[in-house]
Design a protein around this ligand. Structure first.
Ligand code: DP6
Length: 326
């Protein structure tokens, strides 16, 4: 009863921010994302009749407390579906730093869902896997299907899941992840999302979000990169405006984050088609077409603000692999 899965993280073009149901993680709105080729979590789950408790290792460290509880709660969902009552050993590794806003929960819980369900003897469809992953971390449901993905917001557990809009080779977009600081963010996304509805701008956002989703899908369909990039950039700022004006209010940016946002706009004025987005963290994602990526990386490195860059292309979603971690 052992299985290993590898899952990509994803970057949202239209963000998931705010829930209508905390426990089920039903989102206030639908969202759209791209799976990332170089930000991955690999997870092995092994159920064992001799274990009456789960043990969790993440990046070589035995994990306890809240992080472990979240893993155990998700395995409980899987145990219930599979009608088993066994403890498990879980070994997981990320190929990127956790907690700086690179969406490690998306890749982590998508990988845990497929590895856990398979190890428990379940054979789930893509839709079922996406529904299950969503309950552990909303954005994880988008790491299940391939390529460019839409999470159909949904109103119930059964109709809130993600589907593939286009396969990875549809469009040569690069997401250059810019790591400006390797410290962990101080407030988790789950915590910060709880205050989303208290922002005076939240209702305003919801009133227009479906038009925005349609527009984003139109630009994606037409491969209109400048229009697509403008929309994605202002969407990230809209989410952060809500984060900053919620009660309590949160500020995720570091000085380096803002300096790079300003520089990105300057590079654009100078003729380079590059746009930023970011999640709940200080690290930036710069979007450009493949043909411009070398130039973007060169400019980034010359700023002296950057600890590391990771160049991502669109990726397939979660899948099983042979190389077990235990
Ligand atoms: C800012 O999926 O991490 O990255 O469901 O509470 O685990 P939980 O939240 P999570 O939220 C992701 C928020 C975001 C935007 C996005 O990816 O859409």
């Amino acid at each position: 009863m052992k299985a290993t899965a590898i899952a990509p993280s994803n970057i949202a073009f239209i963000k998931y921010w705010g829930k209508t149901d905390e426990a089920l993680r039903l989102p206030a709105n639908g969202s759209i994302s791209m799976n990332l080729s170089e930000l991955q979590t690999t997870t092995t789950v092994k159920f064992n009749k001799d274990l009456d408790e789960d043990t969790v290792f993440i990046d070589g460290q035995k994990t306890e407390g809240l992080k472990k509880n979240r893993v155990t709660q998700h395995l409980d969902r899987i145990r219930k579906m599979a009608k088993i009552n066994l403890g498990a050993k879980i070994v997981s590794k990320n190929n990127f730093p956790m907690g700086g806003g690179l969406s490690s929960s998306a890749s982590a819980f998508a990988a845990l869902t497929l590895a856990g369900a398979t190890a428990a003897g379940l054979d789930l469809t893509e839709k079922e896997l996406s529904i299950l992953a969503r309950q552990a971390s909303g954005s994880a449901c988008r790491s299940v299907p391939d390529g460019f993905v839409e999470w159909l917001g949904g109103k119930t557990n059964e109709d809130s899941y993600a589907v593939s809009l286009y396969l990875p080779d549809y469009w040569e977009i690069c997401d250059v992840v810019v790591i400006v600081n390797t410290s962990e963010k101080s407030v988790t996304t789950t915590e910060a999302q709880k205050s989303a509805l208290s922002s005076p701008f939240f209702r305003e956002r919801l009133g227009k979000i479906n038009d925005k989703i349609s527009l984003l899908k139109k630009y994606l369909g037409e491969k209109d990169f400048p229009k697509f990039g403008e929309l994605v950039e202002t969407e990230a700022l809209e989410m952060h405006a809500i984060i900053m004006t919620s009660k309590p209010s949160y500020l995720y940016w570091l000085p380096e984050t803002l300096r790079l946002m300003i520089l990105t706009r300057q590079w654009r004025k100078d003729g380079l088609a590059v746009y930023f987005t970011l999640n709940t963290g200080h690290d930036l994602h710069l979007l450009c077409l493949q043909k411009e990526v070398e130039k973007v990386v060169r400019l980034l490195k010359a700023t002296g603000e950057v600890k590391n860059v990771i160049i991502n292309r669109p990726s397939v979603g979660v899948r099983l692999v042979e190389g077990h971690l235990l």
